[in-house]
Design a protein around this ligand. Structure first.
Ligand SMILES: [Zn+2]
Length: 620
């Protein structure tokens, strides 16, 4: 029954995530891309220290039966935020990571489990057809793929187990970008060179040290909003040419930039305007503390992007409940990229973070909605580093980006705030989207991740109506900490409630419940969700069998009303070995008792009202 728990060191390779704002998302036919995470929301209290070992122990307790003889759960990484810690474990088979076999657990600062998202496979049901791929063979497969694709590696390749239709095989996983920057894919190739899996990681849009104050002229947020006009003559892109009406909509702002070697540079500690994606247009610098470009000049997009992205980055970094990893690495921004197409996208392969804006039709970096939407994808990646796969995860990320864009627009001006991409879209080039639809789940779902995202942006804007910009932005941004692959719309609602509980003591529970309930994303009644901490009616000790066999932790449940819980462990002679006290009325895990020799023990539990003593045995 017991498998030795071996912690396997795995190279941390995160899948690339590219998300974009306009084009239609080509649906995947791969089973791994449509998996839905199983969720577990039992509000267990993990007593004692929260670390890799105790979290792993708890997850193995929950999921151990899925690991079979040759599988294991191995620590991958964890993140910290203002609401708690967020842990990702990878499932392995024969010590090799299983592609998309993974689990995330979110634990509040108080040690309470907020949620578990499980995408691990039930290995006893899987037909194990894995083989050993030698390093030499692996190098050969990578070489062949690079030649075939005329590409270069974007991250360290790894040997993985790929599971499809219940069969596990071994393959080499690699992220390859075309040398001419025209595309980027993840591939998994079998030992005999067969392509097992492929995904386009570049999803085309159809959709500092700041040490000097400089002035710059920017659109704020876009020329149509400030002019209170809709797209149409004379407010036309007109192939990026200057026109008096458009140039007059530029607003003078001051902001900090880097100053180095006599030049003001569009860079700070969080982001940098740079050149890395074709066409080659180097960012502008200035010897004077002033950047004044008209819209036809290439420098205008640099300045506009720098101003809005910096302002927004500083703003979100001021929140308490958000991820500590926000801007942990500097974001690289190319405002003239995507081969000049009408595309913008975010590309993250930790620790490389890139935003790329195209110039087709209205230059994307001229519209703050596009800038903030793409920054939203980056904020999501900083907060959970996931690769945006399965369930409704992709649509959720699009909706989050649209929400941030709409929230920023509405803060700047009420004029047509709900039109996302006010300048870049809602014209004959690109339809754009809206953040105040009356869409409900699941009735209004399509297979288009951008249109489905309107459900998320609209729901969050409903909350904005009541709570305003800052509180809602913080709720949304902090919720990203808990997000994971394979999540569904309902999970967004539940994580928002969790974050409100962790961050605001549940002050907005009924508002959040009613918004998501009206949107069809949360069913049930208010008391079920807003009285989250309900537990057993009597003292209950479980897991004694596992303790007997493997010295695994035991669980303890006490009635909801208990204010204080005392636990004593005695040996068979009645000698007190350990005592434990807890003032939370929760489910508690008793662990760290594996040092005990085999034998009989007594666990005694006392609350103000009840007492229970149970004999437990330890086999080894
Ligand atoms: Zn997007």
């Amino acid at each position: 029954m017991k498998n030795t728990l071996t912690v396997i060191l795995i190279t941390l390779v995160f899948c690339m995530d590219l998300a974009a704002q306009h084009q239609h998302f080509p649906g995947s036919s791969y089973e791994v891309d449509s998996r839905i995470a199983e969720t577990d929301r039992e509000r267990v209290l993990l007593a004692g220290e929260i670390n890799e070992s105790t979290v792993g122990q708890y997850l193995r307790l929950k999921l151990g039966s899925k690991m079979g003889e040759q599988g294991a759960l191995a620590y991958d990484f964890h993140q910290k935020s203002g609401i708690g810690t967020h842990w990702v474990f990878r499932q392995t088979l024969h010590g090799l990571p299983i592609f998309m076999g993974k689990t995330k657990i979110n634990i509040s600062k108080q040690g309470r489990v907020m949620s578990i998202y499980d995408l691990s496979y039930n290995l006893p049901e899987i037909d194990d057809k894995t083989t050993v791929i030698s390093e030499e063979k692996s190098k050969q497969l990578i070489q062949e793929a690079l030649i075939l694709e005329e590409g270069e590696l974007l991250s360290e390749p790894e040997i993985v187990v790929y599971i499809n239709e219940g069969i596990a095989v071994t393959g080499v996983k690699m992220d390859i970008g075309k040398q001419d920057h025209s595309g980027a894919h993840t591939y998994i190739v079998s030992e005999v060179g067969e392509r097992l899996y492929e995904t386009d990681i570049r999803r085309y849009c159809a959709p500092a040290v700041g040490d000097s104050l400089v002035s710059m002229k920017v659109f704020d947020p876009d020329p149509l909003t400030t002019a209170q006009r809709t797209y149409g003559a004379p407010y036309l892109d007109n192939d990026d040419q200057d026109s008096e009406v458009l140039n007059n909509e530029r607003v003078l702002k001051t902001i900090r930039t880097k100053f180095e070697n006599g030049q003001f540079i569009l860079e700070n500690d969080k982001l940098k305007i740079s050149e890395f994606d074709p066409p080659v247009v180097y960012p502008v610098t200035s010897s004077q503390p002033s950047f004044d470009f008209t819209r036809s000049e290439q420098g205008f997009e640099d300045v506009n992007a720098y101003y809005h992205l910096s302002t927004y980055s500083d703003y979100v970094s001021s929140f308490d409940c958000v991820s500590e990893d926000l801007f942990a690495v500097q974001l690289q921004v190319d405002t003239h990229g995507a081969n000049g197409d009408d595309n913008s996208f975010f590309q993250g392969i930790w620790p490389t973070m890139k935003l790329i804006f195209g110039e087709g039709f209205v230059d994307d970096a001229e519209d703050a909605d596009v800038l903030v939407h793409e920054l939203g994808h980056a904020l999501s990646y900083y907060s959970n580093r996931n690769n945006n796969t399965g369930g409704n995860r992709k649509a959720i990320d699009e909706g989050i980006g649209d929400y941030f864009a709409a929230s920023y627009s509405r803060f700047l001006s009420e004029f047509r705030w709900a039109f996302v991409f006010s300048w870049d879209g809602h014209n004959n080039f690109f339809a754009g989207r809206k953040a105040n639809t009356d869409k409900t789940y699941p009735t209004d779902l399509t297979s288009d991740i951008w249109l489905d995202g309107e459900l998320i942006s609209s729901a969050y804007m409903d909350i904005w109506d009541q709570l305003g910009r800052e509180q809602t932005d913080e709720l949304v941004l902090a919720s990203l900490n808990n997000f994971f692959d394979g999540m569904q719309f309902e999970d967004v609602a539940r994580e928002t409630l969790m974050v409100d509980l962790a961050c605001n003591g549940g002050a907005n529970c009924s508002l959040i419940f009613s918004v998501f309930n009206q949107r069809g994303m949360l069913n049930g009644d208010l008391t079920e969700f807003c009285q989250l901490d309900t537990f057993a009616n009597e003292i209950e000790i479980s897991g004694t069998k596992e303790f007997f066999m493997n010295a695994d932790p035991m669980y303890l449940r006490v009635p909801e009303s208990s204010e204080k819980v005392e636990v004593d462990l005695f040996d068979s002679n009645g000698r007190l070995l350990r005592s434990y006290e807890n003032d939370n009325n929760a489910m508690i895990i008793l662990n760290g008792w594996d040092f005990l020799p085999a034998g009989f023990y007594f666990v005694s539990v006392r609350t103000e009202k009840e007492q229970s003593t149970q004999k437990v045995m330890k086999f080894r």
